[in-house]
Each structure stands twice: as C-alpha cells, then as structure tokens.
Design a protein. Structure first.
Length: 269
C-alpha cells in the first residue's frame, strides 16, 4: 500500500489539546508535509481550521469544512454546496417547536439569536466568533447575498434533541445530512454531501482512494474511513467507528495520530 494523501478529522481525533494540536503533532506533520498531501476534514467553519493548518505547517493544502459542504484552498473556494434558505426556514420553525436553539453557518459566517453556554464553549473550542442576530435577519441578509447555509447546528437538552432528531430523520433524511454529534447537539448539512464526497473531489490522476490514510472518531467519519485505503479510529471513537476501521490507535488526548504516523508512513510512503 502506497499512501499519497492523509485526511484527518479534528475534534476528538487530531486535537490533543482542547482547541489545538500539540507540539509533537505539529512536528510530525511538518516532517512529512512535503512527502504527501495532508488535508484536514471537519465540521468546522474555515476560520476554525486555518489556524490549525498554520500550526501544522500545511497552509497550502486544501481543507474540507462543514462535513464536505465547503472545500477551500487558501482563500479560493474549490466547491460549495448549500442548504436552500427555504429548507433552513423550515428547520428553524421545527426547532422552535421543540425548544431547540439553532446556529446558522455559511462560508466564514456563524450566526445565532442569543448567547449560551454551548456557544461560549464552541467559540473557545474552535477559536471562532459568533454573530448575534435573529435567524430571520440572517436569512434576509443571505437572501440578498444569494447564498445558502453550509451547516445548521441545533442545540438543546437531551430530551428535546432526542425527539427532534427522530423527526428530522423521518422528514428530511432524503434532502439533508442529519448527524447526532452528541447528546445535546445535531448538525445538518446538504443532502448527498459528506466527508467522502469532498475527498473524492480532491483526488488527482495519480491518487485514488486506496492511496489515502484517514483518521476519525465520530459517525460523520464512517463513510470516509470505510472507503479509503487505510481508515483508522482513535481509542475514544464511537463503537460503530471502531468496528469499521482497519485499526484503532491511542486516544486523541494521548496524541494517538502523532504517535502512529512516523512508523506507518515510513513503511507506506
């Protein structure tokens, strides 16, 4: 097996620190960055990924944002897929019925109607800033800009999220990607788009899926890990992710990816 591209999820996978990579991880990436392509793959917005690219020394490489809905290289957009504003309005209305707050994402904008503990946590973890405005104001502004949403983030107590998730899957699974990130969080992205589809858009004539090494921990990583040449789960990954991975390595907080890479890459580059 010859590895020509590395694709890694961030939160729960690559980040050994709460909102960043460790010095050891940075050193490993900088050691190998000229020997293979290194692509960060996340549900985050662009600005929540660019600073990590800089730490790793891979700013020239593409990034896959919003679980595949937006692919960028530097300031250039390589591909972009929206949730229509009509669908966004429907989800906002449905969320209100279940007493669940909603954050809206498009390009490098993140808006929410009010501040909460969850938003404070998200700002810290991703090193980004929310724009506080009503959902209606955001929709009107994006309509004028002729853009849609790349991601919706739904936040609430577990009981409400449980009920809303079942409704969303029943009514919208054919039109949207609906992911349960944790007990109190649902992420929604455009239908038919995921991390794997975005990775495929970056393949070159001499790089196939069989040449990719990928790392992940959550449900939205399963399609990616299942399809690439060598899909690896971290120890803290969901059980379903470990079951489809070729190998399970140490946890993110123990720098599992950074510890695994040197030996593996020296054998497979």
């Amino acid at each position: 097996m010859i590895i020509k591209m590395l694709c890694s999820d961030l939160d729960g996978t690559l980040l050994g620190l709460k909102n960043n990579t460790t010095p050891k991880c940075n050193k490993v990436f900088k050691t190998y960055k000229d020997r293979l392509k290194m692509v960060l793959v996340s549900a985050r917005m662009p600005s929540g990924m660019h600073y990590i690219q800089k730490e790793l020394g891979i700013e020239v490489q593409p990034i896959i944002c919003y679980n595949g809905a937006l692919v960028m290289q530097g300031s250039k957009t390589l591909s972009s897929h929206y949730i229509s504003l009509n669908l966004v309005a429907e989800i906002i209305e449905l969320s209100q019925e279940f007493n669940v707050a909603i954050g809206l994402y498009s390009h490098d904008q993140w808006t929410a109607p009010f501040r909460s503990e969850r938003i404070d946590k998200e700002e810290f973890n991703t090193q980004t800033k929310v724009i506080l405005e009503s959902n209606l104001t955001t929709l009107k502004r994006w309509e004028a800009q002729k853009i849609g949403a790349h991601k919706l983030m739904l936040m609430g107590v577990k009981e409400n999220i449980d009920a809303l998730f079942k409704t969303l899957v029943a009514q919208y699974s054919s039109d949207l990607g609906v992911y349960r990130s944790n007990d109190t969080l649902i992420e929604i992205t455009p239908g038919g788009i995921d991390k794997l589809s975005a990775i495929k858009s970056l393949l070159y004539h001499n790089i196939g899926l069989e040449n990719i090494l990928a790392f992940g921990d959550n449900f939205n990583d399963i399609s990616m890990l299942s399809a690439v040449g060598y899909g690896v789960a971290v120890e803290n990954a969901r059980k379903a992710v470990k079951e489809i991975a070729k190998e399970t390595i140490d946890s993110c907080i123990n720098d599992g990816v950074a510890n695994f890479l040197p030996t593996f890459l020296e054998k497979h580059l």
